[in-house]
Structure formats: structure tokens, C-alpha cells
Ligand binder design. Sequence first.
Ligand code: TYD
Length: 405
Amino acid sequence: MASLTKTLYKEGQSGPMIEFLDLGMQPIANNFADTADKDEYKYNLSVGFDPDTCLVSLMNKVDPKKMFNDSYEYRSSMSNTMQQHFENIAVRISVLFNPRKVLEIGSNDGVFIKHFNPQDVVAIEPCGNMVDVTTKMGFTTYKNFWSKDVANKLKNVHGEFDVVYAANCMCHIHDLSDAFSGVADALSDDGVFIFEDPSLASTVENVAYDQFYDEHQHIFSVTALYNLLLKEGLEIYGVEKLSVHGGSNRIFCQKIGGNRSGNIIPTLIEESKQGLAKLSTYKDFAESVIQSKDDLLTILKAYKDIGHKVICYGATSKTTTIFNYCGIGTDLIEYITDTTPNKQGKVSPGMHIPIVSPEEGFTDDVDIAFLGAWNFQKEIMAKEQAFLERGGSFITHVPYTRVVK
Ligand code: TYD
């Protein structure tokens, strides 16, 4: 296990972080390339715990421009589950808050804002290809990374916002103090900040170490968010547990002293009981990760040895962490199928496993598919009944390595 004495100075925060997990040298998780590049950029993916705030973060920071640029592959609207998810929250926000002005931080392909009137929405997004998509849809979209400085510029042009929304975005931001303080500046006095990101409680419970990759600079517990937001003048008044992305939390905040009330104490107690404020929990988690790696390699090798054709279902960012940490290449997984046209014909980051469309690759000679997109297990199992009926099986590593039929 990694040395516990390794520390890192954190921008805008005090005290050292304690490293508990080392997932080795990793490429950019979403960097699907046309051909195998021997000189691919890699960084050491290690994870630490801050005993002051209880925040869990990557020890090293990858330059955001390497991850979020004009060739960003990830589309929020690529599955029915996520389409429905964003429609539901957009409708709820309209009904609950009737906002005059909504700001979305990290608008991706517009899956959330498309449910609003373009005049009522301002969007901010660093990836130029995504900015083009929402601009064409008629939405004012700024090509920027979120910061306190940008927040104040937007406020000067558009006034204060009644709702600030961000999905799977705040956990990408290195300097949370600056980011949350910017949200507080942009919000109207009775405004609401709603954001959702993968949950640390679910990550630990599922031994889902693949939630850690370059984009996920932090995996949030509600406990850590409570501590960090208070410092910037924001208080959490509501938390919802979501099943998406392998388990997420949706956080509802207002300015401190606002008139909305809700009881988040049960969530904080639950996290405390799970040990999310204790370093020992993360040391145990790191031990479980090693076990998970051993079990996955054993099962993949066993199937290969008896002549089965093993593929991977879903070229997720998460599989980049798994394949590079476990050393899984084309010797164990022949190829990956993925529905995203931009990923097809490319190779996976680091291990360079080819990616093909499901039509090309999810064929009758496939016996076993590793569930790279395990967070869509329900949707995929329902869709692939024919595969299961003819004796096909999925392998998943969450919450422990096993075959699912
Ligand atoms: P996602 O779960 O968002 O993972 P990450 O955030 O780790 O990148 O990505 C899901 C990927 O799986 C996406 O590339 C589309 C693909 N996919 C399929 O190929 N088939 C499916 O049925 C589903 C639901 C997803």
C-alpha cells in the first residue's frame, strides 16, 4: 500500500492530505485516440484524505485543458436513463422554484437546459465542441471554466441567478473554495444552488475505485461538502440520493440564513457510521481494491483459458482506471463495444483496446462481456435479453467481482 506520510499542499485550504490509494500511472480517461500512441500523457493516479474537511481528492492535479477541450467525447444525453434523469430535475426545478434566470455550470450537450426557455438560461462550458451544440440550440453559452472571476463577470452582464445548477461538474474543479465562493456571488439572496456528483458513500460501499480518474478531482461525501460550503457562505438544506453514475448525491444549498429548511443530520450520521470521516475506512477500502483487482484478473484469465470470447460492454472513463490499474489489454479483452459514434474506431486510453459499435461487436460469438458501464446495469440487462437467453453472461466488479446473468 502507498506510504501514508506522502502529503500535498492544497490550494486555498490548510493542512496536509494523507494518501491512501495508489492506482498507478494512468492516461487521460476520456482520451480515445485513433491509434495507439506510445508517448501518451500519463500521471500518477493516487487518492488522499483531508482529515480537516473530510474531503477525498486526487493527490495530483491534471491540467484541465488536457481533459476538457474542443474534442471532449463525453455526451450527457447518450443514454435513455440520463435523458429522463435530466428532464425530471429540469421540470422539478421549474415547478418548485419558478426561476427567472437559471445558470448551468458545465452544460455539455444541453441535456438539462433544453427543457427551459433559452431566454431564461445562461450556460457555461469549457469544451468548444459542446459550446457549439448548445449555441446552435439557441442558448447563450460561454466557453469558460467556472471560477469566482467568471461568476462575477456573468453577474455583471446577466444579473443574479435564482437557480445555479451543475451535474457531474463541481467534482472536476480543483479549487473548490474559489468555485463555491463564485456560486455564492452569482446567486440571488433567495436563490438555490443544486448540484449532483458521484457519492463517496456509494464509491466506498461498492469498492468502485474506478470512480477515481483524472476528471474526478474529488469524490464528495455530504460531510465534506457541508464543511467546504459553509466556509463560502452556503448551507446545505437538502440531500437526495440518486442511482445514476453508480450512486450520486444531489445537494440543495442556499445562502447561510436562507428561509428553506430541511434535515440533513440523518445523512451526516449515516456517513459518520460508515466511517467516512476516518482515515482507517479508506485504508480498508484500499485493501479491498487490491482484492478486487486480483479477483477480476482471475476470472478474466479463467474464461480466456477455457476458450471463451471476452469483450467489454461500454468504453467508460471508469474502464480506463480499471484496465490500466489491472494491466488488462487485448490479451484478456478482445475489444470494447460502445454506442457513442465518436468512440468507435478508436482505441481505449493507455491499454489501447479497440472500440467498435455494438452492431459490429456484440455478435453471437460473444460469450462473456465485462460490464464497463456497470452504472447502467439495469438498462443494459433489459436491453440484452437475447444475449442472456442464449447463455451469455456479464462480469461486473461491483460491489465484488462476479458473473451476472
Ligand atoms: P458513463 O456511464 O457516463 O461512464 P463514464 O462517466 O465513466 O465515462 O458512460 C457510459 C458509456 O457506455 C458511454 O460511452 C456509452 C456506453 N453505453 C453503451 O455502449 N451501451 C449502453 O447500453 C449504455 C447505457 C451505455
